[in-house]
Write a protein that binds this ligand. Structure first.
Ligand code: VG1
Ligand code: CO
Length: 583
């Protein structure tokens, strides 16, 4: 058996290792700097309780982006040196973020052990490659992202670190083949278990959904389907689930081979970046030849996001979570006994609020980022939750789950069509959304992103928006100057959240302007970018009158957009006359 020794290395703190909305994300060139990854990993080990490191089992895997394979070998060697007993790695280093969450919660290792945490190597929807982004995020024993108390401690450790430990003489582990590698160190045996995580993930999905009814839907000649993994890790699961389990045709899958650089694309499932799918679904500039698919979906790099499309039809993520919540009990066996509650992030539209009110469900509004949903779920207060940023999920794990969302939609379609598959007309994605608006009203919604803006200018813009809040009469005067038809602002603040479970308080979670007619403008700085600053403007307007729910959303929201640009002085501060991305 291989023996290894532990080496103590001296190091010095490196600036800027503060985890953001979802882990530490930087350019690969930054991560490759001497000791950069080592410092962050050691700071993480030092932030955890000793028993979650010494003798523990941890997971190390990710979306397979460039630099992952090197990072996995480094983390294995550092884990061994820090007294970890076993490291689980997905074959080829691949594991989607939701699969990692499921593996922590459900899997038992070859030696009978359970994992207590995970290093997830991903920068999610950010591009990958030698000149693009890499990222590291730590998840806890419940399968969810480390809460702020832990990430704050990690960051504090990065500022004082002076040493790290590594088993330099441990040979690299071959992560391309499944199996267990055992070795011995000064503190006893250490092993690395490589396995195919799609096996565990398929099992989990089968325990939630009725695969038979989805299979019937997919095998109907009337129903056609297209899934775009944007060359992210979702591809590794899509083939197993959609083709092998559910019988979809292989040609339904596009960009489903995971690539280190995502094929040079931006693995973000929205109308701008999922170009090929958007064109296939008839939503592009030119109409494609032949029949359009009935249903389309896409995922981001680490497969926790989803975009849902019908034929020539886009479902906003805010509507998607509301529709899943409204239909879950009838359509998805896992929820048959009822929903414990529902939750959304603050900038997400209030479509879910209306469903919660109508169905008399517990409802929570949390800050942006999945870590805030976990506490609610652990306390049994929330079953379904979502974010406007193409994230939807449930309490089956503690991360958002892109493939779960697709299966949820397929379940709703299967349920609605269970008696009509042999009949004349299919109930389509668009039909389901239109029926939802007719029942609950429609929340017109759009988000404007200004990417890679000068960080100083972005800060000033936000500060100006906060100071403006002290005089609503001035605000309303400004609004009347640009768009007299827009309602008055009746309340303005910075969103603050008190966790109902542990009482922790998170401040400065977005600047809100709330209008008399229920419309909202929200301004936030992104916490996931790796260069400059990204300003996000979230724009929302509620329409209850069912004769007015069929407008184009950009047209319906144009007055509020003008108001948002005026209040924020966007062009003045940033020099930008248009956003980088509109979703
Ligand atoms: C963005 C989204 C947020 C999401 C986060 C992580 O954060 O707005 O809703 O939870 O990304 O998603 P920010 O701080 O850039 O707005 V992912 O798919 O990166 O794990
Ligand atoms: Co993601």
């Amino acid at each position: 058996m291989v023996m290894f020794t532990v080496v103590r290395k001296e190091t010095t703190p490196i600036e800027g290792q503060k985890p953001g909305t979802s882990g530490l994300r930087k350019k690969v060139t930054v991560f490759k700097q001497p000791n950069y990854l080592h410092n962050f990993v050691q700071s993480t080990f030092n932030a955890l309780p000793a028993d979650k490191v010494k003798g523990a089992t941890i997971v190390v895997s990710g979306d397979g982006r460039y630099f992952s394979k090197d990072a996995i070998q480094i983390i294995i060697k550092m884990a061994a040196a820090n007294g970890v007993k076993c490291v689980w790695v997905g074959q080829n280093g691949l594991m989607s973020t939701p699969a990692v969450s499921g593996v922590i919660r459900e899997r038992t290792g070859a030696d009978g052990s359970k994992a207590t945490g995970a290093f997830i190597l991903t920068a999610s929807h950010n591009p990958g490659g030698p000149h693009e982004d890499f990222g590291v995020k730590y998840n806890m024993e419940n399968g969810g992202p480390a809460p702020e108390a832990v990430t704050d401690k990690i960051f504090a450790n990065t500022k004082i670190i002076n040493e790290y430990f590594i088993a330099e003489d441990l040979p690299d582990v071959d992560i391309s083949v499944t199996g267990v590698t055992c070795c011995n160190g000064p503190e006893g045996p250490f092993s690395v278990e490589v396995f195919d995580s799609s096996v565990d993930y398929v099992k989990l999905m089968k325990s939630i959904f009725d695969f038979e009814s989805i299979q019937k839907l997919l095998s109907s000649p009337k129903f056609t389907f297209c899934y775009d993994a944007l060359h992210g890790v979702a591809g590794a699961y899509a083939k197993r689930i959609f083709v092998e389990e559910l019988g979809a045709d292989e040609s339904s899958l596009i960009n489903c081979v995971p690539k280190e650089d995502f094929g040079g694309g931006h693995p973000d499932p929205n109308l701008t970046y999922a170009k090929e799918l958007v064109a296939r679904m008839g939503l592009g500039k030119s109409s494609p030849q032949g029949e359009l698919p009935e249903f389309g979906a896409a995922a981001d790099g680490d497969a926790d996001r989803n975009m849902i499309l019908g034929k020539r039809f886009f479902v906003t993520p805010s509507d998607s979570v509301a529709i899943i919540a409204a239909n879950a009990v009838q359509s998805i066996p896992y929820f048959a006994s009822g929903l414990k509650g529902v939750a959304r992030s603050m900038p997400t539209s209030a479509a879910l609020d209306v469903v919660a009110k109508n169905l008399n469900l517990k409802f929570f509004e949390v800050p942006t980022g999945w870590k805030f949903f976990g506490n609610l779920m652990d306390a049994g207060l929330c079953s379904v939750c979502g974010e406007e940023s193409f994230g939807t999920g449930s309490d089956h794990i503690r991360e958002k789950d892109g493939i779960w969302a697709v299966l949820a939609w397929l379940s709703i379609l299967a349920f609605r069509n269970k008696d009509s598959l042999d009949g004349e007309k299919l109930v389509t994605v668009e039909d389901i959304v239109l029926q939802h608006w007719a029942t609950y009203g429609r929340h017109y919604y759009t988000r404007y992103d200004y990417e890679n803006v000068d960080a100083g200018a972005a800060k000033e813009l936000m500060a100006q928006l906060v100071s403006l809040q002290s005089s609503l009469s001035d605000v309303n005067k400004m609004i009347k100057e640009v768009r007299p038809e827009v309602a008055d602002v009746v309340e303005a603040d910075e969103f603050e959240y008190k966790d109902p479970v542990d009482g922790s308080v998170s401040k400065h979670q977005g600047i809100r302007y709330l209008f008399a007619d229920g419309s909202r403008l929200v301004f936030r700085l992104s916490g996931t970018g790796s260069e400059g600053a990204t300003i996000r403007i979230y724009i929302e307007q509620y329409e209850k009158d069912s004769s007015k729910t069929g407008r184009d959303s950009q047209e319906a929201l144009a007055p509020l957009v003008d108001v948002a640009l005026k209040l924020s002085k966007m062009q003045e501060f940033t020099g930008r006359s248009a956003p980088t991305v509109i979703t």
